[in-house]
Each structure stands twice: as C-alpha cells, then as structure tokens.
Design a protein around this ligand. Structure first.
Ligand SMILES: Nc1nc2c(ncn2[C@@H]2O[C@H](COP(=O)(O)OP(=O)(O)O)[C@@H](O)[C@H]2O)c(=O)[nH]1
Ligand SMILES: [Mg+2]
Length: 398
C-alpha cells in the first residue's frame, strides 16, 4: 500500500472513532462536559490583583468600626439543580501532587545529592551544599544548622555510601521541617455549630483559589460547607468565589461591591449555622495599603463574624495564604499579617512555580506557625495537605 492510502485510511479510522465515542457519550454527557469546561475556564480566569483599585473611603458602610452588621444583604446562590463536579478522591490527588512536587523541586534535591556524592567532601563542597540550601530560600541560619548537623553525622558514621548519606540528608531535612507540628485543619466546630475558617493574605497570593480548593476537599469528605465572599472590594472577586462554589454545589454568601466585609462574613456564618453546615470558609480582600487599615478591617471581620455563634466560639482557623514564588518579599508580607491577626496555619501556594521549597521552613520558623496546605497548580484539585516526610521525600525524589 502506498503512503497516501495509508494516511487516508488512518484519517478515516480516527473520524470513525470520534463519531463512535460521541454517540456513546450521548447529548447529556457532552452538555455536562461543556458546562464543566466553561466552569473551569471561568474559575481559571485571571483576576486583576492590583491593590488600591478602589478609591479610599468608598464603601463607607464599613466605617463604623463595631457597628452592628447590616441585615444580611448577602445573596446566597442555591445551585442544587445544577450538577456539581465531584472532586478527585484524596488518594489519587495526593499521588498526582507528589509527582508534581517532585518535579518542581527536583533542582534542590538533585543538586544536594550530586554534591553529597562527590569523591571528596571537602570544605568547599560543604559550602556549596550550604549555598544550595540558602538559594532554595531555607534561610541562612537554618542552612548553616543543617549543614553542621549533617557534616557531624557523616563524620561520625565515617561512610560515604550514597544511600546512607541520602538517608542522613533526608532525616536532617525532616528535622528542620519539623514533623511534630500539628497540621490538621481546625474544621470541627463545637456541637451544633460550624467551624469558621478565615483566609487572609495579600492580593494575588491565591486566597480565593485556595478557598475553592479547600471547599472541594471538604465536600469530598462529605462535609456541608458555606462560602463567605468577604472580599467585597471588586465584584469579580465574589464572582470568582461563587464559581468555585458552584462547581462543588456549595452555597456562596456575598454582598454588593463595596459593602462591609464584616457583614458578609457575619451573614455567611449565620447562614452556615442556620443550615447546620459543618464549615464556613471566609475569603477576604488583601489590600496592604497600610498596617492600620488592614488591622481595622481584619480585626472587625474577626470580631463580627462569630457573633451568630455561642459565647466564646471564636474563629477556629486563620489561614495565611502565601505565594511561595515571592521569597523574601512574601516573608515580609507574612510578618505584617502575623502582627495584625493571629495566624493558626499557613497555606503556601504556587510551589509548582518555584524550586525554592526551602521557603516552607523559613516561613514556619519566622511565624512559629505550621504550613498546613500547599498549592501546586491552578487546577481544582491542586491542593495537598502538608507533611514533613512527604515534602522532604518529594524534594529528594527528583
Ligand atoms: N501555579 C499556581 N497558581 C496558583 C496557585 N494558587 C493560585 N494560583 C493562581 O494565582 C492567581 C491569583 O489567585 P487568587 O485566588 O485570585 O488570589 P487572591 O487575590 O489571593 O484571591 C490565579 O491566577 C490563580 O489561578 C498555585 O498553587 N499554583
Ligand atoms: Mg481573591
């Protein structure tokens, strides 16, 4: 058979296969797929994140600091008629994420292992190892400590066997990441009340995306979730959150653009309590115009949000979302937030976009708060619980 007839035959086979598969899926399946694709496209749409795009003083409803929250002006969107997506089972998700993490951080792991397998581990090589760790954003002190400890152990054991040295490096890395920290999300409220999780961080760090991803994880665990769109700064922000909610069939409480974030948070908690939800996730705006303004806004959200709940039930979890690619800059922002509000956990996003996994250690040490979750992509299931062992193994797998 000549090449031309082969090509024609091949093309025919492909066309037949496509027709067959369309026929098998039927119209409803393809409609659902189209809706899903559209939802995905909308959720992935980049949003403008420049701070201060609203004139100061706009949204005056937030002015009175401890004013009673306005009657819930928020509008819940009930979308139960719409088919919601089912999140990937956690096991599958973790496997995929581990592979991605290993890939993104391979530079660090490979670099360290290559240095450690050199014929001579002289002064210069140890310095290179230390530099590699510093370049991975581990922090100068931590890098120094780690190299000191590793050097001592290699000397005592007196072995240069690559497997042994690799295991020593693994143990020392796990030690600095600190496996003893409690990384459970506080998503169990007291009897009959939802747990309230407040998500804070600068614009563009990935707060809204993270709230959406956490909602999916919770829904997959059979929890009832309500979202609060307390980033009322731009209408697009609540749109974006609502889209995430729709995808997993979760209600989003929102207010008009420029309305008081605290009253939206209040309305979300009230709705969550009313419907017997397990968790209320509150997304916030991250304007860093000045520390005072941020403190006032987040402080008020914190105080007002829990008013529908029983006496003494405070916000259960305050998650600081930090973009791992911002390095030292991100660390400074983290410090400002930590001064303004009591952070109980860190979500490190965009670890897929950097080989500098050491930031995990640096930020934990700086704030004294555990990294609880890591973001590894823009996809809906690209969020993983953080464990010291899992993270270090991913670093060294590359
Ligand atoms: N690569 C990557 N992108 C992310 C991750 N998390 C969020 N993003 C993207 O970062 C951008 C800002 O996210 P968004 O949630 O709107 O940030 P917010 O302003 O803090 O609410 C969006 O384009 C997200 O898709 C992540 O873990 N990896
Ligand atoms: Mg946002």
């Amino acid at each position: 058979m000549d090449p031309l007839s082969l090509i024609v035959l091949g093309a025919l086979a492909v066309i037949i296969a496509v027709i067959l598969s369309l026929g098998l899926r039927g119209p409803s399946a393809s409609a659902k797929a189209a809706r899903q694709a559209e939802a995905e496209r909308r959720a992935a749409e980049p949003v403008s994140t420049e701070p201060g795009s609203r004139g100061e003083g706009a949204g005056a409803s937030g002015a009175g600091d401890d004013a009673e929250p306005a009657a819930p002006s928020a509008t819940g969107e009930h979308l139960s008629e719409r088919p919601a997506e089912t999140p990937t089972a956690p096991a599958t998700r973790l496997g995929r994420l581990r592979a991605r993490l290993a890939k993104s951080n391979s530079a660090l792991g490979r670099g360290l292992l290559a240095l450690l397998s050199r014929d001579t581990l002289d002064e210069a090589t140890w310095e290179e190892i230390e530099d590699t760790l510093i370049m991975a954003d581990l922090g100068v002190d931590t890098a120094g400590e780690l190299v000191e400890a590793l050097r001592e152990r290699v000397r005592v054991i007196g072995t240069r066997d690559p497997e042994t040295v690799r295991e020593l490096l693994r143990e020392e890395l796990i030690r600095v990441v600190d496996p003893s920290m409690d990384r459970e999300l506080a998503v169990a409220g007291p009897d009959g009340e939802p747990a309230v999780v407040l998500v804070v961080g600068v614009n563009g760090s990935g707060k809204t995306t993270t709230v959406g991803k956490i909602a999916r994880v919770l829904v997959a665990e059979d929890k009832d979730v309500v979202l609060g769109a307390a980033d009322t700064f731009r209408a697009a922000a609540s749109e974006q959150l609502t889209t995430w909610g729709e995808r997993v069939g979760v209600e989003t409480i929102r207010g008009p653009e420029g309305s008081d974030p605290a009253s939206v948070a209040y309305a979300a908690v009230e709705a969550g309590k009313g419907s017997g939800a397990d968790v209320v996730l509150i997304d916030t705006a991250g304007r860093l115009q000045n520390k005072r303004g941020l403190m006032d806004e987040l402080g008020k959200v914190k105080r007002v949000a829990t008013r529908p709940l029983s006496e003494g039930h405070r916000i259960d979890e305050v998650l600081l979302v930090l973009d791992a690619t911002t390095g030292q800059n991100g660390m400074k922002q983290a410090q400002v937030f930590a001064e303004v509000v009591d952070i109980t956990g860190i979500v490190l996003t965009k670890l897929d976009g950097t080989a500098k996994g050491g930031i995990v250690v640096a930020v934990q040490r700086e704030l004294g708060v555990p990294v609880k979750l890591i973001g590894l992509g823009e996809g809906a299931d690209d969020l993983a619980p953080f464990t010291a062992e899992g993270f270090v193994d991913a670093l060294l797998e590359g």
